[in-house]
Design a binder for this molecule. Sequence first.
Ligand code: G1P
Length: 245
Amino acid sequence: MKALIPAAGLGSRFLPVTRVIPKEMLPIGAKPALELIVEEAKAAGAEEIVIVISPGKELIREYFKDDPSISFELQTEQKGLGHAVFCAAERFRDEKECVLVLLGDALVSGCQASSEMVAMSKANNGAGVIGLERVPEEMVSRYGIVKLDDSDSKAPQITDIVEKPSVEEAPSDMAVAGRYLLDPQIFKLLADQKTGYGGEIQLTDAIRRLLEKKKVLGYVYPGKRHDIGNPKGYFKTLEAMNVNG
Ligand code: G1P
């Protein structure tokens, strides 16, 4: 399996430190957050990992330079998460299996999120899987929000997905939480994806089109997602991952 880690965002919610240190390289104990994410991808079976960085984040390339399983692609324009993922499309051209996508500013504690998603996919004929977390109603407008089918199965199917909906428009309170296992058709869909929320090319919008072609299941984490992209989220992450004491 191959994995893709978008780590090209500007880190504007964590200035000024992100002028020189990419948010993904902030320490969680002695390791940069991104190393924990790479470990998670490898534990889930990723043999090759492509990290998408932006100019100015060369520190990431420098840090991983001795790991032959990791390579890099550059996103030179800030056009959104979907565009960052598309920047690595060529690297997945011949891929048949689902690609594991791990957002570089999201850590998950309390479970082996990616490994559990891979197991769910295997148990369901290679279906796509998206990691989900229930969020309070007033927070739905900060996330991609999914609609699940009515079955009470442990592997519910995602029937719709919307990027950052208003409370009124949100199809549920189940938020996309930083981990995706996606059919490689996603790259073809991203190639002609129109801009969406915030004038950016959204991964969520391409996934919405993927749902018409491929089964994608929802995996509600038993653990918790942490956003290290801002100071408050970062300090909460340190607390939750118990690296303070
Ligand atoms: C991105 C995705 C969103 C998802 C979130 C957390 O948003 O676009 O769908 O819910 O990550 O995984 P961002 O946090 O980059 O605004």
